[in-house]
Design a protein. Structure first.
Length: 538
């Protein structure tokens, strides 16, 4: 195939004999939106030299506050976490309530004078919600706690050119911090702007940068009025104390889903600017999109020339290795991969990668009534547009009452559970829904509906979950959001079990996209365990 001209992301490349392979290679250097079609909400992104670092919200998952990096804004990998556990309350251990939908929120990431800083405030009441400031010499860690102070909602840490340090939070509130970041300077609280009449909805997600001597505060605006939509707004000032003026910098739907907002902007070494903004996409969670940022009349306007989120954006560079934040695992390493997170704090002596090398062993350590209170459930994100994951489990050492398996886990979950009933093993495909109290997030009830069950005559089982997050056609917002469940007795021939399950997103309970989850828990007596041979993701 001969191509005389190739148009790639607005750049016209002339050639006299470009092959189809050449064209395909060039196409591969595009970033296809969503940039990360997985649950990566509340992003903050910075650049240090030629490397971009991104932090996101993972709430009740541990370790928390994942740090991801990229050279090209296309290939991202998780390189570390800001903390291993949160220990302010037994809730984080699934005791005396839970931390579902709470925990770490909207972390602010900065690099200043050769050090990395992260500021986060758990979405909790009282001392549990006190703000943490962490610091590290490398983004990969180790991170250490520098200080604790009062709660700041959806805050942004900001180091000014004169080395004064501020935290901007809530809806246009600001306080100055002490030079050593040990606490706030009392008496410095300021309301830096008043919301305008069309901004009476919730304003949050503060991100502060300085560019060409001006201060810019980016925020998500929830506007509840006819003809108005969620949007990203920017407040601008010549002095950090004000006065501030406002501009809407993005008001765009994308890909058959809702309007986008909340994120930040970042520059490249060559002086180009990009916006990284999240979008709600139903069962998969909140995904990240990449778009140009053009400075027009001193404002960072997001989107293409029409102010819309583009389908594709040119990657910054070619030849970067392909990486992902979701990965297969054969469990051969002596430590757990950074692509995994536990549901709440793990019990460290109740799992192992070394007792049986090449195997992840999940042990039962306390008696619990359901998966929502089960410690040591291990998760990874699901990913669009479609994905599939399978596991192989040795069930030989389950005890009576034990439950082990593989789930599409959320506040509403679809599960493949092998239950030990006396000497019998029964595989069940079920739908489960948890009810939580508003304040303590305590589990008050779990509704379980078994759709199909199969008696097993062997101790080894293969389980698979396929997920489909492709957009629904037409003008209807939302995605397919279906999970389909399978089992195999030999790892080759698969049998569908149960019914397709509608994956959902519920901000009142988990506030999180669905996760692939490996689990093993006891309902009668602790001491059993399940061995997971591998996790294969496609």
């Amino acid at each position: 195939m001969k191509l005389s001209t190739i148009l790639l992301c607005g750049a016209l490349l002339s050639t006299t004999a470009a092959s189809a392979d050449d064209y395909e290679t060039l196409q591969m250097e595009k970033v296809q939106n969503p940039m990360l079609w997985a649950d990566v909400p509340d992003p903050d992104v910075i650049r240090v030299d030629d490397t971009f670092y991104l932090v996101s919200t993972t709430m009740h998952l541990m370790p928390g506050a994942p740090i991801m990096k990229s050279k090209d804004l296309k290939n991202w990998e998780t390189v570390g976490y800001i903390f291993d556990k949160l220990t302010d309350s037994p809730k984080y251990d699934l005791k005396e309530g839970t931390a579902y939908g709470r925990g770490q929120w909207a972390t602010s990431l900065k690099y200043h004078n050769g050090k990395f800083y992260a500021l986060l405030a758990p979405n909790e009441a009282g001392a549990m919600g006190d703000t943490y400031i962490f610091t590290a010499d490398k983004a990969e860690g180790p991170w250490k706690i520098l200080s604790r102070m009062r709660h700041f909602h959806d805050c942004s840490l900001f180091f000014d050119d004169d080395n004064r340090v501020y935290v901007v939070y809530g809806t246009g509130e600001m306080m100055e911090l002490k030079p050593d970041l040990s606490d706030v300077i009392e008496g410095t609280h300021q309301q830096i702007f008043q919301r305008e009449e069309d901004e009476k909805g919730l304003l949050e997600g503060s991100r502060v940068i300085k560019h060409n001597g001006k201060y810019y505060l980016l925020m998500i605006s929830h506007v509840y009025a006819p003809g108005k939509h969620r949007r990203e707004v920017c407040y601008r000032a010549d002095d950090i104390h004000g006065p501030w003026e406002k501009q809407v910098i993005l008001e765009s739907e994308f890909g058959g889903f809702s309007y986008e907002a909340q994120g930040t902007i970042v520059d490249t070494k060559d002086g180009d600017w990009y916006g990284i903004i999240f979008q709600d996409r139903g069962g998969v969670g909140r995904v990240l999109t990449l778009m140009p940022c053009r400075w027009i009349n001193g404002w960072p306007m997001l989107g293409d020339e029409n102010g819309k989120v583009p389908d594709t954006v040119r990657a910054l560079k070619s030849g970067e290795p392909k990486t992902s934040i979701v990965n297969s695992d054969d469990f051969d390493a002596p430590q757990l991969g950074l692509h995994w997170q536990w549901n709440h704090n793990p019990i460290d002596n109740a799992w192992s990668l070394t007792e049986r090398p090449g195997i992840l062993r999940l042990k039962t350590s306390r008696v619990v009534p359901n998966i929502y209170l089960a410690p040591n459930s291990l998760t990874q994100r699901m990913m669009g547009p479609t994905c599939s994951a399978s596991v192989c489990i040795d069930l030989s050492h389950l005890k009576d009452g034990d439950c082990a398996g593989f789930a599409a886990f959320n506040s509403d979950s679809g599960l493949l559970t092998v239950k030990k009933k006396g000497k019998r093993l029964v595989l069940e495909m079920s739908e489960q829904k948890v009810e939580l109290t508003e304040r303590e997030k305590a589990v008050t009830a779990v509704e379980e509906q078994v759709i199909e069950s199969v008696d097993l005559k062997q101790n080894k089982i293969w389980l698979r979950i396929d997920a489909d997050f492709r957009p629904v056609g037409g003008n209807q917002y939302g995605g397919t959001d279906l999970a389909t469940f399978y089992y195999s007795l030999d790892g080759e021939q698969w049998t569908k079990i149960g019914s397709d399950y509608k994956l959902t997103f519920d901000w009142r309970r988990f506030f999180m996209g669905s996760k692939f989850t490996l689990f093993c828990y006891a309902t009668k007596k602790a001491g059993g365990y399940a061995d997971f041979d591998y996790f294969t993701f496609k």
